[in-house]
Design a protein around this ligand. Sequence first.
Ligand SMILES: Cc1cc2nc3c(=O)[nH]c(=O)nc-3n(C[C@H](O)[C@H](O)[C@H](O)COP(=O)(O)OP(=O)(O)OC[C@H]3O[C@@H](n4cnc5c(N)ncnc54)[C@H](O)[C@@H]3O)c2cc1C
Length: 372
Amino acid sequence: MTHSDLTVVGGGVMGLSIAWEAVRRGLQVTLLERDTIGRGTSWTAAGILPPANDRTTADPFDRLRGLSHRLHPQWAAELRATTGIDNGLRHCGGLYLAMSPGEAAALIGLQQYWQAYDIQATRYDTAQLLADEPNLGQGAAATRLRTAFLLPDEYQIRSPDHLRALRAACQQAGVRLHASTLVRKFTERGRAVELETDGQTFHSDAAVLAGGAWSSAIATASGVDFDIIPVRGQMLLYRLPQPPFRRVINEGNRYFVPRDDGHLLVGSYEEEVGFRTDTTPAAIATLRQWAEGLYPDLQPIEPIRTWAGLRPNTIDGFPYIGRVPDRQRLFVATGHFRSGMHLSCGTAVAIVDLLTDTPPSLDLDAFRIGRG
Ligand SMILES: Cc1cc2nc3c(=O)[nH]c(=O)nc-3n(C[C@H](O)[C@H](O)[C@H](O)COP(=O)(O)OP(=O)(O)OC[C@H]3O[C@@H](n4cnc5c(N)ncnc54)[C@H](O)[C@@H]3O)c2cc1C
C-alpha cells in the first residue's frame, strides 16, 4: 500500500503543475498517469500565452489569467535553474490581424477590453504591420488588412519542452511518478482517499483530478457529476531555415507560432467529434490555405508533421477548479479548453492554497462544480 499527502490523477500540464507546486510547498505527492507522463493534450498545444492583468480586473477568469501570466516567467526561470531545460518561454509579442469586417469589429471590441484593463496594445496600419513583420508583405495582409494590433506582452512557450521541464522538476523534487496507471475510480474513506487502478490501490490524504478531456469518465465512476466536452484542434508544423516572423501572428482562431530554430506552427481548428484524435485532410488543407495566403513562401513546402489534440471544454467555458461538493478530500482542476497551458500556473497555485489551508490567491467560486 502506498500513502501520500496528495495523489494527482493526470500527467498533462495541469497535473504536473499541481504536483510541482505541491511538492515545493512540502507535500508528499504521487502522480498517476494512464499513458505517458507529459503528453496528453498539453503536448499538442501551441503554447501561446496572451497578455492579462490581474491587478486591474475583478473578473474571476481574468484574475486567473493575470496571475498565471505573472507566474509563467518565474516558473520558466525556476524550471531552467533546477532542471537545465529551457521551456521556450519567449517574450515575443503577438500581432492580431483583421482581414474582414467581422474580424475588425471583434478586434475593436477587444481594444476596449485591453484599454479597460491596462493591457498594452498598439494599433497598426498596413505600413506599420509590414515594417514590424516584413515577411507578411507578399501575402494577404499587404492588400486586405483592415486593422491590426500589436500586444507586446504576449509570450510563447514550447509545450513539449515545458512538460519535459515540469516532469524533470517533479522527479528531482521527489514526486512519485507512475506512468501507464489508469485510475478507475476514487473514493473517500474516513480520513483518506482510495484510488483504484488495475494493478494497485493508492491512498492519500487528498486527491486532485486533472484528467483533461477524459475527466468525466473517472468522475462519473466516482459519483461526481460534471461534464467535460472534448473539442478537437488540429495543427501543422513546418521546418524553415530560419523563423519567418518574430511574433505570434493571430487572425481569428488561426495563428502562426514561430520558434527560434525555424519551426513554424500553424493552428488551429475547433470540432466536436468525441474522443477522435486523428487529423483530417479537409482541416489540414484549410489550415495550409490560410497559412499560404498570409505567407506565400510556404506554398512549395510540405509540413513536416500534423497532429490533433482534445481541448477539455465545459458547458459555460469556465474551468472546474476547487473542492468537489460534499467531499472533503477530493479536488478537481480541469476544463481549461483553449487556455490550459496559460492557466496552469495559476490553477496549480490556487489548488495548493486550498490543500495547504493557505489564504487563497484567487476566489474560486466562479469555477466550482455545480455553479448556476
Ligand atoms: C491544437 C491545440 C492547441 C492549443 N494551444 C494552446 C495554447 O496556445 N495556449 C494554451 O494555453 N492552451 C492551448 N491549448 C489548450 C491546452 O492544450 C489544454 O487546455 C491543456 O493541455 C489541458 O491540460 P490538462 O492537463 O488538463 O489535460 P491533458 O494534457 O490532456 O492531461 C490530462 C492527462 O490525464 C490523463 N488521464 C485522463 N484520465 C485518466 C485516468 N483515469 N487515470 C490516469 N490518467 C488519466 C490523460 O492521459 C492525460 O495525459 C491547445 C489545445 C489544442 C488541442
